[in-house]
Design a protein around this ligand. Sequence first.
Ligand SMILES: Cc1cc2nc3c(=O)[nH]c(=O)nc-3n(C[C@H](O)[C@H](O)[C@H](O)COP(=O)(O)O)c2cc1C
Length: 358
Amino acid sequence: MSSVWDPITVGRISLPHRFAMSPMTRSRAADDGTPGDLAAEYYSQRAALGLLITEGTQPSADGQGYLSTPGIYTDRHVEGWRRITQAVHGRGGRLFVQLMHVGRMGHPDNPPHHRLPVAPSAIASGETLHTRNGPQPTPTPRMLTADEIRATIADYRHAAARSIEAGADGVEIHGANGYLIQQFFSPNANTRTDAYGASMVNRARFGLEVAAAIAAEIGPDRTGIRLSPGSRLGGIVEGDDHEALYLHVVEELARLDLAYLHIAHGGNDALLKRIRAAWPRTLLVNRINRPLEAAMADIEAGLADIAPVGRWALANPDFIERFRRGAALNPPDASTFYSAGARGYTDYPRLADSRPAI
Ligand SMILES: Cc1cc2nc3c(=O)[nH]c(=O)nc-3n(C[C@H](O)[C@H](O)[C@H](O)COP(=O)(O)O)c2cc1C
């Protein structure tokens, strides 16, 4: 039986235990998408989590949907991320940049270019998004042409190269939570009739081509991918064939030899077990809303190799030490998840900070 305290090698990196930091958008980058020094402090404070998967980071200008999310495609972005990777490495942590293209989950008010969001098809998500001018419905996006799909794949590839140039240990492709790749998977967001739509194999194609392009660019052993089978975030309703689609995707990803597969898991354990059986390498399972007493359960049951944690890591820079000692955790403050500045970002206390002075 594996223990959460067993070390593990993932692609080119060695990790001291089986926890990791789940990707979390924190919306504190500059308007041009450059992450600041506070982000270097935030991530390096959490280096003991071993593998830090960053907030969703746009691979291109059109990939941005939310306010103040970072990018990784310009020289300034690379400089900003380099300060972060150096700070994290200085404290012994490892960092994968999560590449997130939001697809239709955007609004022209948010990115500096103010263009309409792009998506597999011109179908609005039906969701409301926080914008510069308050909450607004997401608009009907513009459908990507076949040429633009090729250009978008090239953008992901370029962003992966720039992540490595910035000192990242790898990238995680965000194929989950209703963003561009899952929009291609889902028949209620993708009604294309070309090679990227209609059949299950065609709907899977875009995500697989992104993965293949990134693996070719930076090496499969520095490439991970996150999927969320069955998730309805972003107005997604997957087809009746969604289990077959995910098993096809996992089998094709396995051929690429990627460093890891990361499942954001909302509940279908039967499918998770089939994915586990079909995936020959490291499997990360982030069980949403998992109770603390079950934090180690998937590792001990052999259902996962690594258990990324989200909000516990956000609110506890010393989560690992607290968990080892059975100490109480700081509760996360949702009101500062996406706010500005240090409050609720870099000022969560460590255990030592709250000890009474002698
Ligand atoms: C503030 C916040 C931001 C998030 N942003 C992202 C993101 O950028 N990319 C992503 O894949 N998941 C994102 N998530 C989802 C988390 O990675 C994780 O799956 C979720 O919080 C459930 O895990 P938990 O119960 O351990 O927090 C976010 C979650 C939170 C709370």
